[in-house]
Unconditional design. Structure first.
Length: 156
C-alpha cells in the first residue's frame, strides 16, 4: 500500500493545494493520462490546468448546483485529460458548507473512489424527488406561443 500524499491533519484526506506533481506515482498516472500526446505536450497541458480557485465549487445549497458542479468538473477533466486521482484529490477544497460535511463522511466510509463513483453519489444525494417533480412541473407547464415567443430562446 502506498503512502498517501500530504494529509490534512487528522482527516486522512489528501490536501489538493500541496499535491506533489513530482511524486513518481502521480507522474505515472499523468503519463498514462496523456497517452495520445508527446511527453512535452502533456507537461505543457498539465501546466495549463486551472488553479484550484478557478475550479467549480459545490456547496449543496443551490437548486441545480450539483449539475453545474458535475458539468464543470467533467469539462476540466476532459479538456486537460486529467486522471481521476487529480480531480478527486481536490474535493476537500471544492466541496463547501453542507456538501463538505457530506463529503468527509462518505470519504471516510468508502475511501478513495473514482470521479464516476462521486458523480453518482452527488446525483443520488442532491437530485431528490422534490427537484425532479419541480423540473417535470416546469417542463409540463412551459407552453410555446409562436406569436410571442422566438423558437430558439424558448428552447434554451
Amino acid at each position: 500500500m502506498s503512502t498517501p500524499l500530504n494529509q490534512n491533519e487528522g482527516t486522512g484526506i489528501p490536501n489538493p493545494q500541496v499535491l506533489d506533481i513530482e511524486n513518481s506515482q502521480l507522474k505515472n498516472e499523468f503519463s498514462t493520462s496523456f497517452h495520445n500526446l508527446e511527453p512535452s505536450m502533456g507537461q505543457a497541458l498539465l501546466k495549463e490546468v486551472p488553479k484550484l480557485k478557478e475550479w467549480p465549487h459545490f456547496s449543496g445549497e443551490g437548486e441545480y448546483d450539483h449539475m453545474e458542479f458535475i458539468r464543470g468538473i467533467d469539462m476540466i477533466k476532459e479538456d486537460f485529460e486529467l486522471p481521476d486521482r487529480l480531480v478527486t484529490a481536490r474535493f476537500n477544497t471544492l466541496f463547501t458548507k453542507s456538501a463538505h460535511r457530506w463529503y468527509i463522511k462518505l470519504r471516510q466510509a468508502h475511501g478513495h473512489q473514482s470521479w464516476t463513483w462521486w458523480k453518482t453519489q452527488i446525483i443520488n444525494k442532491w437530485a431528490n424527488d422534490y427537484l425532479r417533480f419541480k423540473v417535470e412541473t416546469a417542463f409540463e407547464s412551459a407552453k410555446f406561443n409562436a406569436d410571442k415567443d422566438k423558437a430558439l430562446p424558448w428552447f434554451f
